[in-house]
Design a protein around this ligand. Structure first.
Ligand SMILES: C[S@@+](CC[C@H](N)C(=O)[O-])C[C@H]1O[C@@H](n2cnc3c(N)ncnc32)[C@H](O)[C@@H]1O
Length: 417
């Protein structure tokens, strides 16, 4: 273990300003803020050219060693250390040998919502904004569809341990393999998803061969919140007109129908889902207009047709945060001044720290469109937090991969400022 790593164990109490001085010294001497325990081990043992499979950084070590009984002064010093490391490029989302980010460790140790937590989350927001700028600038030399950093909107993500692939060498074969996997993954690539057979099971819509969860009935309460938001500002004249993007199991659309809107638009792209809608009679419901195809093609056409909505809800599959940003362009054109926009908020929801980072990011992005957003906290069923078992008390039994693992759902409601 290097001296830097030793320092981050915070072994000498009280934790005083010497810690910050020493840390600054190491960083100024050129030790990277991302220097890992694994790298130190390789150096100490003369191991060369061995691929690192995990990245236990100084941030991880601090997160693991913050004393539960730190005094106010000690807390201030630790926060200074975190700031210093982050300033020098420490990665908020790198993962250690236990597949944990520094934020995950803080959460496990009971520091959720603490100043330490906020420091990591704020660093995550800054890093993601910066990354986006960098990606924007290099887009012209990259095949967009190959970007390994692309990640679906949390709800149904692809395979990528995206949290650490950002830190990997692009030329690495392993990265190339991940690229290929993501590209072929229906949960990550819309064109593949739309050609993938789906299956309606009891309580779930899944991809037939792989068993990826496209939609699941445990999301009922979240859909009810989405539906309620769309009707929040309903007027007595019964002129309510709403748009739902992504039919899935029709959970939210069934709820919408109960509210008897004047017009209920549904946009859906997958042929198997459209077939199900036909079978269930959605195409011939008097107040329903089904837009068959991708929202990118169908919804943009409404802009020139003088159709405006009191409520818009968005919940698709295999799309990315960037897709939702494109949708915002349409939302501001289609939403009535008193209208409400909401969406299934699964952004980064397979890790609580990433979920918190995305909550802030989406708020910043919506604000840029003149929309303010509030989040109502809902508690998803506890079975969503249980690993699949033989006993069947987990919602993820028979589902390829859990796309949700946070104790609280942030239900978003966006309205013009
Ligand atoms: C998670 S499900 C929606 C579940 C729905 N909210 C419910 O209450 O059952 C996502 C749906 O979006 C559809 N979808 C995916 N990409 C789409 C796109 N670009 N345009 C329209 N629909 C899309 C999928 O086929 C799927 O039916």
């Amino acid at each position: 273990m290097s001296e830097l790593h030793e320092l981050c164990r915070l072994a000498d109490r009280p934790i005083n300003h010497d810690y910050v001085s020493k840390l600054k010294h190491y960083l100024k001497e050129g030790i990277p803020a991302t220097y890992t325990l694994e790298e130190a081990y390789h150096v100490e043992n003369g191991i060369e050219d061995r691929e690192l499979t995990s990245t236990t950084t100084p941030l991880h070590i601090i997160a693991s060693h913050i004393p539960q009984d730190a005094t106010e002064n000690e807390e201030a010093i630790i926060l200074e250390m975190l700031d210093e490391l982050l300033l020098w490029g420490a990665g908020w989302s790198l993962i250690d040998k236990d597949n944990q980010t520094p934020g995950c460790i803080l959460d496990k140790r009971g520091f959720y919502g603490s100043e330490y937590w906020n420091t990591i989350v704020n660093a995550g927001v800054r890093a993601e904004i910066l990354l986006r700028k960098v990606e924007d600038n290099i887009e012209f030399i990259e095949d967009e569809s190959l970007s390994i950093d692309e990640k679906p909107l949390g709800e149904k993500p692809g395979d990528g341990q995206y949290v650490n692939t950002k830190a990997q060498d692009d030329e690495d074969n392993a990265v190339e393999k991940i690229r290929q996997q993501l590209q072929d993954d229906p949960s990550n690539t819309t064109s593949i998803y739309l050609k993938t057979k789906l299956e309606y099971k009891v309580g779930a819509l899944v991809t037939k061969d792989r068993g990826d969860g496209v939609m699941m009935s445990w999301e009922d309460t979240l859909m009810q919140a989405g539906c309620d938001s769309m009707f929040k500002n309903e007027q007595p004249d019964n002129d309510h007109c709403v748009l739902n993007i992504g039919f899935g199991m029709g959970i939210i659309d069934t709820m919408i129908q109960k509210k008897k809107p004047r017009k209920h638009y549904i946009c859906e792209a997958h042929p198997d889902v459209l077939a199900k809608m036909k079978e269930e009679g959605w195409m011939s419901k008097e107040n329903v207009v089904v837009l068959s195809g991708k929202w990118q093609d169908q919804v943009s056409e409404l802009l020139s047709k003088g159709v405006f909505f009191d409520g818009i809800y968005y919940d698709t599959y295999s799309e990315h945060y960037e897709d939702m940003l494109d949708l915002f362009d349409l939302v501001v054109g289609l939403l009535k001044p008193e209208g409400v926009f909401s969406f299934f908020n699964g952004l980064g929801a397979d890790r609580r720290v990433v979920y918190d980072v995305y909550r802030k990011l989406v708020e910043i992005d919506l604000n840029n469109y003149g929309l303010s957003v509030s989040f109502k906290e809902l508690v998803p069923p506890k079975e969503t937090l249980v690993e699949p078992t033989e006993t069947g008390d987990s919602v993820w039994n028979d589902i390829r991969r859990a796309y949700w693992s946070c104790p609280v759902y942030y239900h978003p409601e966006a309205e013009f400022m």
